[in-house]
Design a protein around this ligand. Sequence first.
Ligand code: HIS
Length: 394
Amino acid sequence: MSAWVLPDHIADVLPSEARHIEELRRSLLDVAASCGYELVIPPLFEHLESLLSGSGEALGLQTFKTVDQLSGRTVGIRADSTQQVARIDAHLLNRPGVTRLCYCGPVLHTRPERPYASREPLQFGAEIYGYAGLQADAEAVELALACLRRAGVSSCALVMGDVRIAGSVLEAAQAHAPVNEERLGAIHAALAAKDASTLAQLTHDFPASAKQALATLLDLYGGAEVLEEARIRLAEYPAALHALDELRWLGVHVGCNSGCVVDVTYDLADLRGYAYYSGMRFTLYAPQCNDALVRGGRYDAVGAAYGRNRPAAGFSLDIKQLAGVVDARALRQAIRTDWSEDAAHRLRVEALRAQGEVVILTLPGSLSEVDEFHCDRELVFVDGVWQVRPLILN
Ligand SMILES: N[C@@H](Cc1c[nH]c[nH+]1)C(=O)O
């Protein structure tokens, strides 16, 4: 195999895609900053137990592990930054009130999440800590919508669920039939895949009411009517009813001001994603793309693993995936000029750059090959002065 062949699902990002990704990165960070989110930069790797505290098996399997030559301890290369940011909030910032943090950086996955996904997503996310009310959940969804809007997504589907719905049924069932972690994981997977026969097998020894309630979740997806239907079918599970009320509130309060047409639906069996969620979960889909662009929700228990229980809600997305879905901006205009020894030329070039212009020097005897800028003007010496004039292509 050639030495320069990269591993599967790992790729160089060449100029046109890199420009697109970088423009998106800047605009998403600007959107988050405009809402008061403070930027943090967690490390690329850290001790495994800290990286994976309370996160469940899926994240553990997604994490590359290696040994730190300095300490001999096992470290993990982050597959998700959300928990690192929760650690920063809980352990380092230690603020009592509401804290809003955002982040953007590469993460590494041992396996691609989707058939064509990169194993090195560029994860952008925003998290709000210290507020248990639904307004924080709504803010997370709204900010995610604003980010998609800024990226050029004009309509999208918002799918909401709540892990407490299936959780309350499973808790009731466990009082009768103990369920180990492995079986619980398989039940979650069967619910997420809407696999009725596997679910029936996995819950065969559950009380009839719990078996029936779990099976019913598979049909509970669609518009707001799903919430009404669920109230009837899950009437004996108070925690599920509470979660349904919260979903109804969120359905009324999100998506109205985002400038993006939002189709709100509910999927009460959807338990995909990492295991740290404790309440509402949401996913955003764009019409151009089959896979979820954004995932998020409430995960109040993660801070406890770092010594301080903090309510938390947020979302993240892969900017590389987003760049594949939205159009890139037009090329930036630029001024071309031949390299010159004249001090006046140098001063003029500096002044133009200081004004925000892109000025590209053509070095003596060279061809300047530029794809990612549109040279529409040139700086030339005419009538004794350096002048910018439209570029005449011959
Ligand atoms: N990091 C989560 C999404 C998330 C961010 N904050 C809360 N949830 C994921 O990759 O699925």
